[in-house]
Write a protein that binds this ligand. Structure first.
Ligand SMILES: [Zn+2]
Length: 197
């Protein structure tokens, strides 16, 4: 078992103007049509739990946020304590951590998936989705599940604009073996995140 989780991306380009932005080094980030890194650009990402997300995993989320923010050196997430009513992911300008009973068959090999939306080069929304049935089904004593803290850290990386990194030891690697903990950033993760933030 392993995770794959992609940052599916949608972009609405600003109106064309005379000056075409110069492309940037990727530094592990999703880039827009001009080759510019896509990120929060100094804004806080206001992030909600949906009410189905189990409170037992709240700590994994706050720890993951702390790990990224420690590397960045300042706050980037604005995690809301009060959950929103459970709903389905949609592009609505609200960033939510979903816990979904119904999982897209096309994502069957993934335990989580994050979609980011941006305008220009600024992320405007990130929706983090977790497959509830995977964790319900494998809630067993044999430690055969994907480590939730590691998974959350990875998905939060997507919410910051990072894409998969399979060339280096990285929390953004596509795959994670069951029972393996990958809860700390590697040197490559630090250099990538500090390149942009
Ligand atoms: Zn991923």
């Amino acid at each position: 078992m392993y995770i794959i989780c992609i940052a599916a991306v949608l972009t609405s380009l600003a109106c064309t103007n005379d000056s075409t932005p110069a492309p940037q080094e990727p530094c592990g980030f999703v880039q827009n049509a001009y080759g510019q890194r896509v990120s929060l650009k100094g804004k806080l990402l206001k992030l909600y739990f949906d009410s189905n997300f189990p409170t037992q995993y709240y700590n994994d989320v706050t720890n993951g946020i702390q790990t990224w923010e420690k590397a960045i050196g300042h706050k980037v997430f604005d995690l809301q304590e009060d959950p929103l009513p459970a709903s389905s992911p949609t592009q609505d300008g609200v960033s939510v951590i979903y816990w979904l009973d119904t999982w897209d068959p096309a994502l069957q090999s993934q335990q989580a998936n994050t979609t980011i939306y941006w305008d220009g080069n600024e992320i405007t929304e990130a929706d983090l989705k977790f497959d509830a049935s995977y964790y319900a089904m494998s809630d067993n004593p044999n430690n055969t599940t994907i480590d939730m803290a590691s998974l959350v850290l990875h998905e939060l990386g997507h919410a910051l604009g990072l894409k998969h990194d399979d060339a280096d030891p990285s929390v953004m690697a596509t795959y994670l073996s069951t029972g393996f903990e990958r809860r700390a950033l590697y040197d490559s993760d630090l250099s990538h995140i500090q390149c942009e933030y």
